[in-house]
Design a protein around this ligand. Structure first.
Ligand SMILES: NC(=O)c1ccc[n+]([C@@H]2O[C@H](COP(=O)([O-])OP(=O)(O)OC[C@H]3O[C@@H](n4cnc5c(N)ncnc54)[C@H](OP(=O)(O)O)[C@@H]3O)[C@@H](O)[C@H]2O)c1
Length: 254
């Protein structure tokens, strides 16, 4: 358990260490009130110190999007320097996946639905972008020859395309919950690559701590698309729902 001084900045954990997933901790539970509150009370073993170089807005992006991207990249089939990583969209998880992959010495490729998002990703360091969603796995393969890690941030409707984009022994880390209707899984694609499919549920306390250390070591600054005041929370949700957001939308407390 960590010890904290009064006033020290902390971020909240989603799970304790293995087994993950186990029942999530307070704020991680789906029926919990969440963090849109001026004050929350948490046991000391449910928080981790925030990276020293980040402000509160930046640190607030770590517990869900950051830890999920960390788990997707390093929780299994750890991404190695020189490998190729790809993800869908420009949301919080995908942009964290890009920043972490690049810092680990890997290449990052994005798949987005609109050209203006492609320009922003390329400007933020992506090695290449597929800028439409039709038959994107074939286009991604043309660009990369196959990727070692595909972080699928959409869900069941994209799994087969994600599997088709893998390099030999690559992994699809399934994160997305946007589409959940059961879809036939084209398992034969796994024989073609010797690849794997893994479900990701945020991450453990150890993964959260490893992320904080990595973010500090590499001086990573999370990408924040907009900051809204607490009493403008409805506008923050509207902002987040708009297409074209890159990174996280954050609400500050008074
Ligand atoms: N498994 C876990 O532990 C875990 C943890 C965190 C998040 N999630 C889930 O992972 C997903 C991504 O989270 P996030 O926080 O990064 O989301 P986000 O910030 O809301 O970003 C969503 C991104 O995905 C794109 N997108 C949305 N629906 C799409 C669809 N049907 N097809 C293609 N692209 C689509 C959006 O593109 P446009 O801008 O073009 O609309 C946007 O770039 C969400 O479903 C979220 O619930 C799961």
């Amino acid at each position: 358990m960590d010890a904290f001084a009064e006033g020290e900045a902390v971020t909240n954990l989603h799970w304790r260490d293995a087994p993950v997933p186990s029942p999530p901790l307070g704020l991680g539970a789906l029926d919990a009130p969440g963090v849109l509150a001026t004050h929350v009370v948490l046991p000391v073993d449910q928080v981790v110190g925030a990276p020293a170089h980040l402000d509160h807005v930046e640190s607030a992006t770590l517990p869900c999007a950051g830890v999920t991207a960390w788990n997707a990249l390093f929780g299994d089939h750890e991404v190695l320097p020189g490998q190729k990583v790809a993800s869908l969209g420009t949301g919080g998880v995908a942009v964290y996946a890009m920043q972490l992959a690049k810092a680990a010495g890997a290449e990052y490729y994005g798949i987005v639905r609109r050209p203006e998002a492609a320009a922003r990703l390329l400007g933020a360091g992506a090695n290449g972008v597929v800028d439409d969603f039709s038959e994107w796995s074939a286009k991604l393969r043309e660009l990369t020859g196959g990727v070692d890690k595909l972080v699928d941030t959409v869900g069941t409707t994209t799994i087969n395309e994600s599997l088709a984009a893998l390099a030999p022994h690559g992994e699809v880390a399934l994160v997305g919950l946007f589409t959940q209707e059961p879809e036939p899984l084209d398992v034969m694609r796994l024989f073609g690559s010797g690849g794997s499919l893994r479900g990701v549920a945020v991450g453990s306390a150890r993964q959260h701590r490893d992320l904080v250390a990595f973010v500090e070591r590499h001086g990573i600054r999370p990408v924040v698309d907009g900051v809204h005041r607490f009493d403008d929370a409805p506008e923050a949700f509207a902002h987040h729902r708009r297409s074209g957001v890159v990174g996280k939308v954050v609400i500050t407390v008074p």
